[in-house]
Design a protein around this ligand. Structure first.
Ligand code: ZN
Ligand code: ZN
Length: 555
C-alpha cells in the first residue's frame, strides 16, 4: 500500500434512540465530516461515503443498505480502509461484528474509528485488547436495554409451566417429573368436548353430558357448570398452551397437548362465531342458518341481522364494524332474503358437484385444505415475528414513538386478519365430510338444526357481501360471484322489466302512480294479478289506468 494512495470508504450510522449522549446523537452528516477530515489528514482518497440513518447497530447488512454498499465496495477490492467515527457505528452485535472484522482482515482492509483512538488492529496484542474493550461496551449497551424485557418472557417460556399447579382436567401432576402428564380416560372426554362444541353443541348440553358421564371439576367433587367448563375450554391448556395473557402468541407449555392445534383453532373460530351472533339480532329464536358465515366485503368483518321480527324481505344484513365504529368501514347492507336465496340456489348445484367427486378428488381437496392452513399459519407467524422485532426496537429505544405506534397499529390489524384466516382454515380442516343428504333435506324444507348448520360449515366457508357483488366461497371449489344488480327484483308489470324500486314497481311506474295518488292501489292490483291465475297486468293496461286517473284528477 505504500506505493499508491490509500482508498478510504466512510461509513456513518445513527439510530433512532432518544439518547442524548454524543455517540448516540451525532448526525450521519457530522460523522462523515469528521471521517473526511481524518482521511484528508492522512492523504487518503475517499472513494465512497455510505450512511444508514435511523438504523440500529443490531441489524445485519441485509437490513442496512449503507453498510451493505460499503462492504460490497470492499469485497470488490475497491477500498483499502473503512473509517467510522466510533466503533459502535459499525455494529452492536457481537457475532456480526466479528464476521465483518474477519472479512476486513481477510481482505487486508484496515478499520479506523476516529473518536475511538484510530486504527483497530486485532493482529497486535494491544490492538486486540482495545477491540475487545470496545466490543464489550458497544454490545453491553444494547444488552442492558433489552435485559428486563427478555428476562420476563424467557423465564416463563423456559419453564413451560402454567402459573399455578392447580389440577387440570385431562392431566395429573407428576411430582417426580415435575410435569403434567396426560390422563387417558379424561383426555378422551376432553377431545369429545371440543369435537361436540365444534359440531354445534352448546355449553349447557356439554355440561349435562359431562356430569351425566360422572366427570367432576378437576381436583374437586363438584359437578361442572357452564362457567367452569367455559373457563376450562377457553384457556387452551388441553391444546398445549400455558398462558394467553399479555402475550403476542400463545405460549407452548411443557405438557403434551390432548387436542390438535387445528381442533383448538376450530373451537375458537366457532366460539367467536357464536359470541358474535349472541350479541345481535332481536327475534332470532332459532339460530340463523347463515349466522357467522356472512362477512362484510369491505372490511372483512362480521355482519349482523337488523331484526328477525321483520319479514324476510325487509330485514337486512349489515356490517358489524360499521355499527360499532362508523369510521372503521363504509359499511354494506343487503336484504336477508337476497343472501338466503343466493346461497340456497348455489347450494343445490354445489351439492350435485360434491356428489360427483370421486374419493381421490375428495382426498386431493383435503390436501389443499391442509396447504391452505399451513400457509395461513406461516403468514400469521411472520406478522408475529414482525411485532416481536418492533417491541425489541422500542425497548432498545431504536424507533421514533410515532413510527412505533403507526407500525404497531398496522401490524395488529394485519394480525387480526391473519388469525381469522388461520381459524377459518382450521375450521375447514376439522369440518366433517359433507353430508349432502342432510344438507339437501335442510335446504328443501328450510329447517336448519344444529347438525345441518354444522354440515353447512363443511361446504360453505364464507359469504362476502360487497357493494356491488356477493361472493360465495365454498370449502371445496371455486368462489362464485354474483352481481347484486342481478339479485334485485323486476317491476311486476308485464312488459316493463325495469329494476324494482318499491312495492313491486320500478322507479318510473311507482313515481307516476305516486304523483297521481294511486301508488298503493296500483301496487295492490299488480300484486293481486301476480298471485291470481291468468295474465298479469300489462304496461298498456297501466298506461290506460294512468290516463283515466289523470282525467279524473283534472276534471
Ligand atoms: Zn364492514
Ligand atoms: Zn315498471
Amino acid at each position: 500500500m505504500t506505493d499508491r494512495q490509500m482508498r478510504a470508504v466512510l461509513y456513518a450510522r445513527k439510530s433512532n434512540k432518544q439518547d442524548r449522549t454524543e455517540e448516540q446523537s451525532a448526525s450521519v452528516g457530522d460523522q462523515l465530516t469528521r471521517g473526511r477530515a481524518y482521511a484528508t489528514e492522512r492523504g487518503w482518497q475517499v472513494v465512497g461515503e455510505f450512511t444508514d440513518d435511523g438504523r440500529s447497530g443490531l441489524l445485519d447488512r441485509t437490513k442496512r443498505p449503507g453498510l451493505d454498499s460499503a462492504l460490497s465496495l470492499i469485497e470488490a477490492g475497491d477500498a483499502d480502509v473503512i473509517v467510522t467515527l466510533w466503533t459502535s457505528r459499525l455494529s452492536r452485535e457481537e457475532r456480526q461484528r466479528a464476521e465483518i472484522l474477519d472479512l476486513l482482515d481477510f481482505l487486508k482492509v484496515e478499520w479506523h474509528a476516529v473518536a475511538d483512538g484510530g486504527r483497530i488492529d486485532r493482529s497486535t496484542y494491544a490492538g486486540y485488547v482495545t477491540y475487545g474493550i470496545h466490543t464489550l461496551f458497544d454490545v453491553a449497551y444494547s444488552k442492558r436495554v433489552g435485559e428486563n424485557w427478555r428476562n420476563a418472557h424467557q423465564k416463563r417460556i423456559d419453564a413451560g409451566l402454567p402459573k399455578s399447579r392447580s389440577p387440570r382436567f385431562g392431566y395429573r401432576w407428576d411430582g417426580d417429573e415435575r410435569a403434567f402428564v396426560v390422563h387417558d380416560a379424561e383426555a378422551d372426554a376432553v377431545r369429545e368436548l371440543y369435537r361436540r362444541y365444534t359440531r354445534g353443541d352448546g355449553f349447557t348440553q356439554l355440561v349435562k353430558w359431562l356430569n351425566d358421564a360422572g366427570w367432576r371439576v378437576a381436583g374437586t367433587e363438584n359437578p361442572w357448570s357452564v362457567r367452569t367448563l367455559n373457563r376450562f375450554m377457553d384457556n387452551g391448556f388441553a391444546a398445549g398452551f400455558i398462558s394467553r395473557e399479555d402475550d403476542l402468541r400463545d405460549l407452548r407449555g411443557a405438557h403434551d397437548p390432548i387436542i390438535s392445534e387445528t381442533a383448538w383453532l376450530a373451537y375458537r373460530a366457532e366460539r367467536e362465531r357464536r359470541a358474535e351472533f349472541g350479541k345481535k339480532a332481536s327475534g332470532a329464536g332459532e339460530r340463523w342458518w347463515l349466522a357467522g358465515v356472512v362477512k362484510c366485503g369491505r372490511c372483512g368483518g362480521p355482519t349482523y341481522v337488523d331484526s328477525f321480527k321483520r319479514p324476510d324481505g325487509k330485514s337486512s344484513v349489515m356490517c358489524s364494524n360499521r355499527r360499532s365504529n362508523p369510521d372503521s368501514c363504509a359499511g354494506v347492507t343487503i336484504l336477508r332474503a337476497y343472501v338466503e336465496d343466493a346461497v340456497g340456489l348455489w347450494l343445490g348445484g354445489h351439492l350435485d358437484q360434491l356428489d360427483a367427486l370421486s374419493k381421490g378428488e375428495r382426498r386431493a381437496t383435503a390436501d389443499t385444505a391442509a396447504d391452505v392452513f399451513g400457509a395461513a399459519v406461516a403468514g400469521r407467524d411472520k406478522i408475529i415475528d414482525g411485532l416481536a422485532d418492533l417491541e425489541e426496537s422500542r425497548l432498545l429505544q431504536d424507533i421514533e414513538p410515532a413510527v412505533y405506534r403507526r407500525t404497531k397499529d398496522r401490524l395488529t390489524a394485519r394480525l387480526r386478519d391473519a388469525e381469522r384466516a388461520v381459524k377459518e382454515a382450521a375450521a375447514s380442516l376439522e369440518a366433517p365430510e359433507a353430508d349432502t343428504t342432510l344438507l339437501r333435506g335442510c335446504a328443501t324444507d328450510g329447517k336448519w338444526n344444529a347438525d345441518g348448520r354444522a354440515a353447512l360449515r363443511g361446504v360453505l366457508a364464507r359469504v362476502e357481501v360487497g357493494k356491488d357483488a356477493l361472493t360465495i366461497l365454498p370449502v371445496i371449489g371455486e368462489p362464485v360471484t354474483l352481481a347484486r344488480s342481478a339479485m334485485h327484483g323486476r317491476c311486476k308489470i308485464d312488459g316493463c322489466g325495469k329494476r324494482e324500486r318499491t312495492k313491486g314497481l320500478c322507479t318510473s311506474h311507482s313515481m307516476r302512480a305516486r304523483n297521481l295518488g294511486i301508488l298503493d292501489e296500483l301496487a295492490r292490483r299488480v300484486a293481486e294479478s301476480v298471485e291470481a291465475p291468468g295474465p298479469t297486468i300489462t304496461v298498456e293496461q297501466v298506461d290506460a289506468l294512468f290516463a283515466s286517473a289523470h282525467e279524473a284528477a283534472s276534471a
